[in-house]
Design a protein around this ligand. Structure first.
Ligand code: CMC
Length: 424
């Protein structure tokens, strides 16, 4: 992989090339040779691992899963197919897809005792708090798939996580609204099953709206994986110590919750509601540009994309499809479109290359489908689980993998003698 070297001080460091994308300088021997560390808080110039799963070209607005463009997957594929692709590296044959879908459907139930676990939470708990707790608790229930050195157990744990996440998410919702939990129904699609467990009630047959099922499945595809983002890196870091997969995914969920990451979809819709009508947009644009105001346009900007997020393009199109199918027309969509238009013509956003990201339009759709804002990040976590487990499996199978252990630039006091309490 190494064609050239980069000279740093007296040492030569190999430059490694991937299949596409920027080369990387292999600085693993830097400390041994120079006694120096690199300094890169926020990892803006650091590749933390080698990966063959997802590729992003942020300048061009390209996102590929195993080489396939996200737009094509969103248009032609299904979430089950994309899940198979991420986990196994290739698109499945018809037979492989049937088998995979069947396997996932056989793992959708939760251990019955887990439902009592929910009852320990307050009714008004944020569903992400419930998700973190319940997913972490899975390791206390499924001991037979926590040996990470066994590839078969790793795959069973991965299937369990993908399969149980809709059940866990739907139960978090049901608990918050005081309705009974619904058991999964395995003759439904992955997404249809989730919709029924969320919005169905035992007293009535739930009819799945085909357009909503399709849109939801597409939203899951759009969130399935995204390279070494904060939550995926968290999963990898937790996994690098040998922690079991359920604990690692719970760590990923905790990281995803933040408003700079997965929590942005909830924050974006709350922001649109606060803005309300298009006439208020200039006021909020001015606040976003004001250095002394912490306010940011939520759903705007991205560490990697310095162009339109390709997922936002699909999301915007999906809003119209859902609105047409459900015959709804939320004025907030108009506000969102107008906000995008004004921001994209503003010098501040042009210079800083700030574009709408995946979270800008997702809230408008999810709200039209009937989800409360607190569920938005839960849906992100549900869909991202396949990416997390695929990345985790890739890491565990990598012979180069070591425990993740960054170093630091220490700026605290140098050594000093302890001062007894009565002398301070
Ligand atoms: N509104 C106003 N200004 C912004 C915004 C925004 N949404 N995003 C970035 N900036 C400015 C920022 O103030 C900074 O200005 P300056 O250089 O003058 O200090 C510059 O643009 C670069 O921003 P940064 O914070 O240094 O960039 P970053 O790569 O560390 O942060 C980000 C990326 C996504 C956290 C940030 O753009 C942001 O906070 N966006 C809003 C939250 C959001 O929508 N997050 C979802 C990301 S996509 C889904 C996901 O990954 O979960």
């Amino acid at each position: 992989m190494s064609d050239t070297n980069l000279k740093i001080g007296d040492g030569d460091y190999p430059v490694l090339s991937g299949s596409v994308g920027p080369d990387v300088v292999d600085i693993r021997k830097l400390y041994a040779k120079t006694g120096m560390f690199t300094y890169d808080p926020g990892f803006t110039s650091t590749a933390s691992c080698e990966s063959a799963l997802t590729y992003i070209d942020g300048d061009q607005g390209v996102l590929l899963h195993r080489g396939y463009p996200i737009g094509e997957l969103a248009e032609h594929s299904s979430f089950m197919e994309v899940s198979y692709l991420l986990l196994n590296g290739e698109l499945p044959s018809e037979d492989e897809l049937d088998k995979f879908t069947y396997t996932i459907s056989r793992h959708t139930m939760l251990h019955e005792q887990l439902s009592t676990f929910y009852r320990g939470f307050r009714r008004d708990a944020h569903p992400m708090a419930v998700m973190c707790g319940v997913v972490g608790a899975l390791s206390a229930f499924y001991h037979d798939s926590t040996d990470i050195t066994d590839p078969r157990q790793r795959m069973i744990a991965s299937h369990r996580l993908i399969a149980k996440m809709p059940t866990i998410a739907a139960m978090a919702y049901k608990y918050s609204v005081g309705q009974p939990f619904l058991y999964p129904k395995n003759d439904l699609s992955y997404t249809g099953n989730f919709l029924r467990m969320t919005f169905g009630v035992p007293a009535e047959e739930y009819e799945i709206h085909p357009a909503v099922e399709k849109a939801m499945d597409r939203i899951f595809i759009l969130h399935a994986d995204h390279e070494q983002n904060a939550s995926t890196s968290t999963v990898r870091l937790a996994g690098s110590s040998g922690a079991n997969p359920f604990a690692c995914i719970a760590a990923g969920i905790a990281c995803l919750w933040g408003p700079a990451h997965g929590g942005a979809n909830e924050a974006a819709l709350n922001m649109l509601r606060e803005i309300g009508t298009p006439d208020k947009i200039p006021e909020y644009i001015a606040r976003a540009k004001d250095k002394n105001d912490p306010f940011r346009l939520m759903g705007f900007g991205h560490r990697v994309y310095k162009n339109y997020d390709p997922r936002a393009t699909v999301m915007q199109k999906t809003v119209r499809e859902v609105f047409d199918a459900l015959k709804v027309d939320d004025p907030l969509f108009e506000t969102a479109l107008r906000l995008e238009e004004i921001a994209l013509r503003d010098d501040y956003f042009i210079e800083k290359k700030l574009f709408p990201n995946v979270d800008f339009y997702s809230g408008v759709i999810l709200s039209a489908i009937g989800f409360p804002t607190t569920m938005f990040t839960v849906l992100f976590a549900l869909a991202r689980t396949v990416g997390w487990v695929a990345q985790w499996n890739e890491m565990i199978s990598d012979p180069e993998q070591k425990i993740g252990r960054p170093r630091q630039l220490y700026t605290g006091p140098t050594e000093r003698p302890y001062v007894p309490l009565d002398a301070r």
